[in-house]
Write a protein that binds this ligand. Sequence first.
Ligand code: 5GP
Ligand code: ZN
Length: 114
Amino acid sequence: MDSCLFCKIIAGTIPATQVYADDDLVVIEDINPGAPVHLLAIPRKHTVNCLDLTESDDRVIGKLFRVAAGIAREKGVAESGFRVVTNTNTDAGQSVFHIHFHILGGRSLAWPPG
Ligand code: 5GP
Ligand code: ZN
């Protein structure tokens, strides 16, 4: 998708601080962190949001959670607690329409969120 910000980051045409990459996923630091640890786990395949997923995406989404847990351990927030969340459409505040999962931790996170 030529016009998609995260496709450009994945292609390397827009810079980002990458903390993990494999054939299916990249994990980058959020440019405007909302917590001491705020990363974005992004499947390489352009998918709008979770409403756009099909069965063929099941393997990558499952792997994404396992990778997110490993990174949370590496960042030292696994024991204290962290959140993996994906925003879908307007009421949830989705602003980039390429599916991504926020990995948030390093402080107490309110629930339910505002
Ligand atoms: P959403 O609002 O769609 O759930 O999350 C989009 C996230 O992308 C936001 O947390 C925002 O700070 C982050 N973001 C927006 N533009 C950029 C960018 O150019 N680089 C990086 N690394 N993150 C971005
Ligand atoms: Zn995209």
